[in-house]
Design a protein around this ligand. Structure first.
Ligand SMILES: Nc1ncnc2c1ncn2[C@@H]1O[C@H](COP(=O)(O)OP(=O)(O)O)[C@@H](O)[C@H]1O
Ligand SMILES: [Mg+2]
Length: 235
């Protein structure tokens, strides 16, 4: 069964220009799906629409068959759709522990969730009392994902978490994420600029160009597709 269905949405930041044009995607339970596409294709706009930060002009977004269009972002988070934004969403002047504490929505799961975060992202353990701005770029992204875990996600939306990180750090981060999402069985929608990583992490992918889905399929097929190789992998 699809846990997320985005149906024919059209989205724009103003009346005249549509940034997303009739986008339809879906995500099944226990599935990791990636969205790839050049800068400006509309990937972040799509994720922001799913998390309720932007309301589509037309079309629908269904989560477990319930329309989320018109709901407030905090209501959508409560339903279990948790978005790790492009900028990470951490508070620099707060400690790691404080960042995690304030991201928890259900006090009864505070300790359990923190244990999970420290289990999946061991580099944060030593740093728990330190301010977030003392973290390396990779650790800061671990904290961003950790904050999402604190909110008891049933669907994770990850927007370009590799931005600004060295490739080795990105590979390590995705290895940790793979363990986390498989063990906790969280379906994940991944926006990732490093297309090879996106297609390795996900089982299916959509390619976006100028606000439209131009290709989709199994990641293992797309990674060998000549058009994908030429357009996105630079080979
Ligand atoms: N807040 C905004 N106001 C107006 N236009 C925006 C805004 N955010 C993004 N856009 C435009 O929407 C298009 C898609 O942007 P975005 O969704 O950020 O793409 P991507 O994440 O694929 O790089 C771009 O042309 C961008 O300039
Ligand atoms: Mg983006």
């Amino acid at each position: 069964m699809s846990c997320l269905e985005v149906k024919n949405i059209t989205v724009g930041y103003d009346k005249e220009i549509d940034v997303l044009k009739n986008i339809t995607i879906n995500l099944e339970e226990n599935e990791s799906v990636s969205i790839i596409g050049a800068n400006g294709a509309g990937k972040s706009t799509l994720v922001k629409t799913i998390s309720g930060l932007i309301t589509p002009k037309t079309g629908d977004v269904l989560y477990n068959d319930v329309s989320t269009v018109g709901m407030k972002p905090h209501e959508i988070v409560r339903m279990g759709i948790v978005h790790v934004p492009e900028d990470g969403g951490t508070f620099k002047s707060l400690s790691i522990e404080e960042n995690l504490n304030i991201a928890c929505l259900d006090p009864s799961s505070l300790e359990k969730n923190k244990e999970l975060v420290y289990k999946f992202f061991p580099p944060l353990v030593q740093k728990r009392k330190d301010r977030a701005d003392s973290l390396s770029g990779g650790q800061r992204k671990m904290l961003s994902v950790g904050k999402a875990i604190m909110a008891n996600p049933k669907l994770l939306l990850l927007d370009d978490i590799s931005m600004g990180l060295a490739p080795k750090v990105v590979y390590d981060l995705y290895d940790m994420l793979k363990e986390l999402t498989s063990e906790l069985k969280i379906p994940t929608l991944v926006i990732e600029q490093i297309v090879e990583i996106a297609l390795t992490f996900s089982s299916r992918a959509y390619c976006m160009s100028q606000g439209e889905i131009v290709m989709s399929g199994l990641s293992k097929d797309l990674i060998n597709d000549e058009e994908v190789k030429r357009s996105y992998l630079g080979i």
